[in-house]
Design a protein around this ligand. Structure first.
Ligand SMILES: O=P(O)(O)OC[C@@H](O)[C@@H](O)c1c[nH]c2ccccc12
Length: 260
């Protein structure tokens, strides 16, 4: 079993127990269902922002503990002050040391879109994302069928949520596009074996249809890479570790974006 299979197997158990604890009707009665969500594409194309989706990530299966000392409030407000177009908050507990409460806490103190970074395998989690205060859900093509991607993206849209579709190769891209999507993320990290290459983004950029915005995800640690990706037409950049590994991620991002 590769790591992605392990995560998905565990996720199925978690979703079953979450459903047993809270009904969909209860989720829908939460305060967050009232709020006006922020659209990812609007913030990615806002010239006063950096295009960076900055991630709060304590730990990952590939790197182990990255930083478990800082609060989600201080990190995410630091990112927003540094010009983040959006925030990414991990809610997976077992593999990333994240928590639903991290998203709730980030929502209270930020006014930019927030991505619920998790492994979505059930419609329940999309509704839960809305209840937690998220604006964006991640759909990972490597662990979903085209029909699931379409159905989940349609549901997300009906809730006012943006969808970030994550692909890692041409085959995933070609089978997963549908009219409910507007932003495509190319993950430079292979979730099955953790190998990373920026080439993954560069080679797939050309075959993404023009109507979609493009984001490059993972393993971005220098400004030259951002410049190269921008030239290739990328509108956004998902960055976690490069900032999280420091004592002050917001400050690290402020320094980083000076070079853009
Ligand atoms: O920390 P990095 O290398 O900058 O990567 C951030 C982000 O792209 C990565 O955390 C990520 C991309 N896709 C995912 C899917 C699930 C969990 C995590 C991820």
């Amino acid at each position: 079993m590769n790591i992605l299979d392990k995560i998905i197997a565990r996720k199925k158990e978690e979703v079953a127990s979450a459903k047993a604890k809270k009904t969909i009707a209860e989720l829908e009665s939460s305060f967050s269902f009232e709020r006006q969500t922020y659209a990812l594409k609007d913030f990615l194309t806002d010239p006063s922002k950096t295009g960076i989706i900055a991630e709060f990530k304590r730990k990952s299966p590939s790197k182990g503990i990255i930083n478990d000392k800082l609060s989600v409030q201080e990190v995410t407000t630091g990112y927003a002050a540094a010009g983040a177009s959006a925030l990414s908050v991990l809610t997976d507990r077992d593999f990333f040391m994240g928590h639903d409460d991290d998203l709730i806490a980030a929502r209270k103190v930020n006014e930019i879109p927030i991505l619920r970074k998790d492994f979505m395998i059930d419609e329940y989690q999309i509704i839960e994302a809305k209840a937690l205060g998220a604006d964006i859900v991640l759909l990972i093509a490597a662990c979903l069928t085209p029909a699931e991607i379409r159905g989940f993206a349609k549901l997300a849209k009906s809730l006012g949520l943006s969808t970030l579709l994550e692909v890692h190769n041409k085959e995933e891209l070609n089978r997963s596009l549908n009219p409910y999507l507007d932003v495509i993320g190319i993950n430079n990290r292979n979730l099955k074996d953790f190998t990373v290459s920026i080439e993954t983004s560069l080679s797939l950029a050309e075959i993404i249809p023009k109507e979609f915005l493009k984001i490059s995800e993972s393993a971005i640690s220098n400004i030259e890479t951002i410049k190269t990706l921008k030239k290739a037409g990328f509108n956004g950049f998902l960055i976690g570790e490069n900032f999280m590994k420091t004592d002050n991620p917001g400050k690290a991002m402020t320094e980083f974006v000076k070079g853009i």
